[in-house]
Design a protein around this ligand. Structure first.
Ligand SMILES: Nc1ncnc2c1ncn2[C@@H]1O[C@H](COP(=O)(O)OP(=O)(O)O)[C@@H](O)[C@H]1O
Ligand SMILES: [Mg+2]
Length: 497
């Protein structure tokens, strides 16, 4: 029996495309990547040849390219084993790509049910209609605005009367922030049972160069672990790079950010602020909303108690929160409200540049639109410049003017957003776009562009993009600010085709 069980197990693992099923017998889950772990879970569910597979948010924790592979796998197995699938998801894009029939639930009740065509082409229930207008799509018209289910209006009237941050007269020439050839290697020592084991190294950020112009939103996209947060932290001076340069254009005076010290560094920190990914862990649970928003003013010794209170009231209005909330603690707020408190705090010192690291990733789809619209409105009202980091391409497409695509620590492509979305050149960018499930029945996932899961492996990229450690590739200019990392011998005309 033992042997038979093993055979069934191996067959199931083979079925889900596990690379080396025999070796898997001696592999523990923590040794596997997220994608392989999910494949193993599916294999375990298939061992008994079920008639129905219930998949509850099977891909929520995965990167889009891995997600697309798992979706492809489920679809394939469904056909091969003639099995029914009950797919539970919050993602309308997944629904559009996977379902034959749809049931929409809200507060424990079924709101609407029917065949996929009816649900997407003719939604009836107000909740479903609202949800469809709230989710960023690729085919949005230029300037089209999302409609949040509950709008949070930024009150910016007082800014018109000149009380906001004064717009710099004669804005300085050149980009606001210039990042040149930034690199960072992490060395980790695993403490073993018998002293420390050999150190392992990871090149988290490799030769990253970016320019951010005043007033624009630069999007940075890429899968988890590609170095986005590390790059942002180096710009914030929270991590010291191994090499490279960062220059901040301080109203015409170039500041060498990496050399700033003391009072100058303090001044830099007023001008560049951070919005964190996770509003649940980034706010101190023991501080009231008032303390959280006013703390930067206290640290920077700005104003007396009355002036701070006035400023905090202004900031709460800016992010659309009631000032009656000020004495409450973070746990009593929803995710969207917490993120707005985080944004109010980031704005307290009147910064010029806001680094937003996955600002809506931890939020429910129904409140993402609210926070995205808020960021959009604040940018124009306060003349802010953004670096928007996200793994979600539709989010970046909605807010960013220019986009940089990162993979394995490097920027592989950079362009204005329409150009990038219309004509992606790099195989990684193409795979990334192909992997995003769009809530649009006429734009189904293209599983062929996924390169069988090799898209995020630089050694597997075709020429002239391949990076196998034997050479360094620079950025080629395809014109109009469209840059792609490729061999300098590459035929520009061919790339553009
Ligand atoms: N403090 C650290 N020590 C060791 N490795 C780290 C540290 N911070 C990040 N890394 C590694 O660097 C890589 C890039 O991480 P990160 O910048 O957080 O990626 P992203 O934000 O794009 O998900 C990852 O492989 C991560 O494991
Ligand atoms: Mg990150």
């Amino acid at each position: 029996h033992q042997a038979q069980h093993l055979q069934h197990g191996l067959a199931a693992l083979r079925l889900v495309g596990f690379p080396d099923p025999v070796k898997a017998e001696h592999t523990y889950p923590f040794e596997l990547s997220g994608g392989l772990r999910q494949r193993a879970m599916i294999a375990a569910a298939l061992v008994c040849r079920p008639a129905l597979l219930v998949a509850d948010e099977p891909t929520t924790a995965l990167d889009v390219t891995i997600q697309a592979q798992i979706l492809q796998l489920v679809q394939q197995l469904q056909g091969e084993l003639r099995m029914a699938v009950l797919m539970i998801t919050h993602d309308l894009g997944i629904v559009a790509n996977m379902a034959d029939e749809v049931v929409v639930m809200y507060h424990g009740k079924v709101m609407e049910a029917g065949p996929i065509e009816d649900i997407f082409r003719d939604p009836r229930h107000p909740y479903l209609k609202a949800l469809m207008r709230a989710v960023p799509r690729f085919n949005m018209a230029p300037g089209e605005r999302l409609t949040p289910i509950r709008e949070a209006r930024a009150v910016t009237d007082h800014l018109a009367s000149g009380r906001g941050r004064p717009q710099a007269e004669g804005q300085a020439e050149g980009p606001l922030l210039t990042v040149r050839n930034l690199s960072k290697r992490f060395v980790t020592r695993h403490a073993g049972w018998f002293g420390s084991q050999p150190a392992s190294q990871i090149l988290a950020v490799d030769d990253v160069s970016l320019e951010v112009n005043a007033g624009e939103c630069l999007g940075v996209v890429g899968e988890s672990g590609c170095g986005k947060t590390t790059t942002a932290k180096m710009i914030m001076r929270a991590i010291t790079p191994d090499s490279g340069a960062i220059v901040f254009n301080d109203r015409g005076t170039p500041r060498n950010v990496l050399a700033l010290q003391g009072a100058e560094l303090f001044a830099y920190r007023r001008k560049v602020q951070f919005v964190f990914q996770d509003p649940f862990s980034s706010l101190n649970p023991r501080m009231t909303a008032y303390d959280i928003v006013s703390e930067p003013l206290v640290i920077h010794r700005i104003g007396d108690a009355d002036e701070r209170f006035a400023r905090v009231k202004e900031l709460m209005a800016l992010v659309g929160l009631d000032i009656r909330f000020l004495r409450r603690y973070p746990h009593s707020f929803s995710g969207g409200q917490r993120q707005r408190i985080g944004i109010a705090r980031a704005l307290a010192l009147g910064p010029e540049l806001l680094l937003c690291d996955e600002p809506v990733s931890a939020l429910d789809v129904s409140v993402q639109a609210q926070v995205l619209n808020l960021l959009l409105d604040l940018q124009s009202a306060l003349h802010l410049t953004y670096i928007l980091i996200s793994h979600n391409l539709a989010v970046v497409n909605y807010l960013a003017g220019r986009v940089a695509v990162m993979c394995a620590g490097r920027v592989v492509e950079q362009a204005r957003h329409e150009e990038l979305f219309r004509r992606p050149v790099h195989p990684y960018t193409r795979a990334l776009f192909a992997a995003v499930p769009d809530p649009d029945l006429d734009r189904k996932l293209d599983f062929t562009a996924l390169m069988e899961g090799k898209a995020s492996n630089p050694a597997a990229w075709p020429e002239p993009f391949r990076l196998d450690g034997s050479r360094c590739l620079g950025m080629l200019d395809l014109g109009d600010g469209h840059l792609v990392r490729a061999s300098e011998n590459a035929d520009l005309k061919e790339l553009r085709a």
